[in-house]
Design a protein around this ligand. Structure first.
Ligand code: ADP
Ligand code: MG
Ligand code: MG
Length: 213
């Protein structure tokens, strides 16, 4: 029911926080090569803020929609950087696709993920090829939509899409950055994947595995 779904949504936010904590150093290392080195820290602060805000909302009896909207708002505020604003918008958009009163079906949950990627696209204005998280998120979205249209169960469709995202994130190593802070150091980023694309694919892999459990 609706209350259980709110709890499940909060577990996903907690999962994201665990993965970011595990990957903090590596994400910082990648970001330091052509950016300012704070991507791991930003993702940790953002997800930590999201977990806290989600927990407060859950405690007050909020539904899945409100838990995610509050978590997203807190992510953006706690992280500080560009990726924090984008992930904040993603969670908020995903929340708006869900309901506080009713449990959503797989189609609605899948649509929430597609809406999240659209929100990142709209807010960030990046195109595929700019060497940002969009280079992983757009192929992810495309594959997820295909899976959902084919009637693939949600966890399976997300896992397949996350695999596409992982490869796409790796492929960003061959690109030079055109947006964000690393643009002035664009050539320096050649040979290193985009940190935001890497973290996106890691979180979507974890989400697929989590939903399959
Ligand atoms: P900051 O760049 O403010 O230090 P982070 O280091 O946390 O923030 O995040 C950097 C990541 O943000 C990049 O690797 C890239 O994936 C993503 N990013 C930056 N600008 C954009 C944008 N306009 N659209 C989508 N993603 C972006
Ligand atoms: Mg940075
Ligand atoms: Mg920064």
């Amino acid at each position: 029911d609706a209350q259980r779904q709110a709890g499940r949504v909060q577990s996903v936010v907690e999962l994201f926080a665990r993965i970011c904590a595990e990957q903090e150093e590596e994400l910082g290392r990648i970001d330091a090569i052509a950016g300012d080195g704070d991507h791991g820290q930003g993702m940790v602060l953002g997800t930590r803020g999201a977990v806290e805000a989600g927990a407060v909302a859950l405690e007050r009896g909020a539904g899945a929609r409100t838990v995610l909207v509050h978590a997203g708002t807190a992510w953006a505020e706690s992280a500080g950087g560009t990726s924090g604003a984008l992930w904040g918008a993603a969670l908020t958009a995903a929340g708006r696709a869900l309901s506080d009163e009713r449990a959503s079906d797989d189609a609605a949950k899948g649509q929430a993920l597609l809406d999240a990627v659209d929100a990142v696209r709209r807010l960030g204005g990046a195109e595929v090829g700019d060497k940002t998280m969009i280079d992983a998120a757009v192929p992810f979205s495309g594959e997820l939509r295909k899976g959902l249209d084919a009637g693939t169960p949600l966890a399976e469709a997300i896992t397949a899409a996350a695999q596409v995202a992982q490869q796409a994130a790796r492929d960003t190593a061959d690109m030079t950055a055109r947006l964000g802070r690393s643009r002035v150091l664009g050539d320096k980023s050649l040979g290193t994947p985009d940190p935001g694309a890497v973290s996106f694919s890691l979180l979507m892999q974890a989400l697929g595995e989590h939903l399959a459990e």
